[in-house]
Design a protein around this ligand. Structure first.
Ligand code: ZN
Ligand code: MN
Length: 249
């Protein structure tokens, strides 16, 4: 049987909702270099959520395909055509409204699956407001960004020359590898540029000046992102997410 809420009928959903963990994938619509599509952040987290939900008999809610504004240090910034973002208030209220609806349906167990670095604190805020408004002691929510769920030894193996950090891992090795595994047809391998963000100051500047991020939008070198490494990453993530669900619920 499907784990996707969008494919269930209301009575199928009703039978599962009280006992299941509800996964809410939250991504972004954002530039990912010349070689990856704008939907990377929501494609990946949706697929991951599905794989995890299948292992724990969960329900995957329809993905939120937009996220908080792209920042130069973690997504290249808002200067790229196609990067389409929400304000903080919109994201917070959107996530809050959706979670409160699931609570109204009888759900009590939630995993907010973050696929976009910049969403982090606004998802925390949404969850905090939900708990206050619901005002019950039987509701539990776990949340994390997928990059926080990778084991150190996997990262060390994938980056023998040193890890640039998860913020700079934008349109870079990890995302290229995962997309090669999940959606090989959407990866334009011939357009991969071996580039990295060398001009980013350590501080932030508003408005974003020209030239602090590479023209391609890639922030760290994607060249070694392959389907084989994607498989390693995804298997490790699914294992750790399943462990999280089994530990917490
Ligand atoms: Zn991304
Ligand atoms: Mn992103």
């Amino acid at each position: 049987m499907t784990v996707l809420m969008s494919e269930m009928t209301w009575d199928e959903y009703e039978k599962k909702v009280k006992d299941s963990v509800i996964f809410l994938p939250v991504g972004a619509t954002e530039q990912h270099g010349y070689h990856l599509p704008l939907g990377v952040d929501f494609y990946q987290i949706e697929k991951l959520s599905e794989l995890v939900a299948e292992n724990v008999n969960g329900i995957v809610a329809p993905t939120i395909q937009y996220g908080y504004k792209s920042q130069p240090h973690s997504g290249g910034g808002q200067i790229f055509p196609g990067t389409t973002s929400l304000s903080a208030q919109t994201l917070i209220l959107l996530v809050k409204d959706i979670l409160l609806e699931f609570i109204r349906h009888g759900a009590t167990k939630f995993a907010v699956m973050d696929g976009h670095y910049e969403n982090k604190m606004f998802l925390a805020e949404a969850i905090d407001l939900v708990l206050k408004e619901a005002n019950r002691d039987d509701i539990k929510v776990v949340k994390c960004c997928f990059t926080d769920m990778l084991d150190e030894e996997v990262v060390t193996k994938l980056f023998p020359n040193g890890f640039p950090g998860y913020d700079l891992e934008h349109a870079a090795l990890i995302e290229t590898a995962m997309m090669c595994h999940f959606y090989p047809n959407l990866v334009h391998k011939e357009k991969i540029i071996s580039e990295q963000a060398d001009n980013l100051p350590r501080y932030e500047i508003f408005p974003q000046p020209e030239g602090i991020v590479p023209n391609s939008g890639v922030l760290a070198d994607p060249i070694h992102g392959t389907a084989a490494s994607g498989k390693i990453i995804i298997e490790n993530l699914v294992k750790n997410y399943v462990e999280m669900i089994e530990t917490e619920f």
